[in-house]
Design a protein around this ligand. Structure first.
Ligand code: GZL
Length: 329
């Protein structure tokens, strides 16, 4: 968990090149020439393509690289840490100017980050954090405050049930095991509801941030728990999969079982506007411009904040109806 420092902004013009990084995951980049020798080359290791959020985040990074005159080498780790480590090592061998990545899990990065440090290649964490004790291993962490996102979800639930003393049975679909958003969204939610004994988390399991797994785990929850009042899903995609399971069980999502999710991607906001989800905590994937701005500063050796927190909000069903047509992702 980091202290809050408010975030920032912009960037200029770019190009992308063919990613030559090693095996492990899929490497994709368009090849257009950027500026001369002064063009910055960034090696970016992405978690995967597990959710609507991730797809939007990838597009934001790739578009921002193009607009900021940064040559982007991009790899998709298919949600495997070993693929990210291979990609980072490949970027080190290619002597890129800066490495950025979204660590799929919090632990196990010190060795490869030390290799980047020894190669004098600065590293930027984006989206997710690592639990390395040595914070000199990266220049900055740009991303959401996931604990706060969990607190926001919990606060809505406390308010929603403030006039009731009956037990409230909650099931929780956790994000990827060991990931910062899963750990912190769980902690923030528990911190907020824990003060009231009527709230009981009767089942909690990972759905790995995917629709398919969210549906599968919710089906199991429904089979073993006849009296579920609330679902807290750590992202929209798992919530959308759970909606399929809830409807398959003959129950009405948003009414028989209230649903809180995190992200606010288009499909989630549509379900919110349709009344199938009750509340969404926004987690913005549009980190690309801020990332490129930070990369330029870091490559120039300028000081950057150790922590840059993205600005984000929350949505009720009424608010979703108003903003749906204007959403960027
Ligand atoms: C959060 C991000 C999470 C999203 C999920 O910043 O890491 O990963 O909430 C995504 O949708 O899969």
């Amino acid at each position: 968990m980091f202290k809050r420092i408010s975030g920032l902004v912009l960037a200029g013009l770019t190009a992308m090149s063919v990613a030559a990084c090693g095996s492990g995951g899929s490497d994709t980049s368009a090849n257009t020439t950027g500026g001369g020798d002064s063009t910055i080359t960034m090696g970016f290791s992405q978690v995967g393509a597990e959710s609507g959020w991730r797809t939007a985040n990838t597009k934001s990074v790739q578009d921002a690289a193009k607009n900021a005159s940064i040559t982007l080498k991009f790899s998709d780790a298919q949600q495997k840490q070993e693929n990210q480590i291979k990609a980072i090592r490949s970027y080190i061998q290619q002597k890129v100017d800066v490495i950025a990545f979204s660590p799929v899990v919090e632990s196990g990065w010190d060795t490869v980050l030390k290799e980047a440090q020894n190669a004098k290649i600065p590293v930027i964490l984006t989206d997710r954090a690592v639990d390395s004790k040595d914070t000199s291993l990266y220049k900055t962490f740009l991303g959401s405050d996931f604990v706060e996102e969990g607190r926001k979800a919990g606060k809505w639930l406390v308010e929603e049930y403030k006039d009731s003393t009956d037990p409230v049975n909650i099931v929780e679909l956790q994000g990827t095991t060991g990931s910062a958003p899963a750990n912190d969204r769980k902690a923030g939610f528990q911190e907020t509801i824990g003060a009231e004994s009527k709230f009981k988390i009767i089942a909690s399991q990972t759905g790995d941030f995917t629709r398919a797994k969210g549906k599968e785990v919710m089906e199991a929850f429904l089979k073993s728990n006849p009296d579920i009042d609330v679902l807290y899903a750590h992202n929209d995609d798992m919530g959308l999969g759970a909606i399929e399971a809830i409807e398959g069980a003959g129950k009405v999502p948003g009414k028989d079982i209230k649903i809180i999710t995190v992200d606010a991607v288009k499909d989630g906001m549509q379900a919110l506007a349709d009344g199938k989800i009750n509340y969404i905590v926004e987690c913005s994937p549009l980190l690309g411009p801020q990332l490129m701005d930070l990369a330029k500063k870091v490559v120039k050796g300028e000081q950057v904040p150790a922590r840059v927190v993205t600005e984000e909000t929350v949505f009720t069903q009424e608010e979703a109806k108003k903003v749906l047509s204007t959403r960027q992702y």
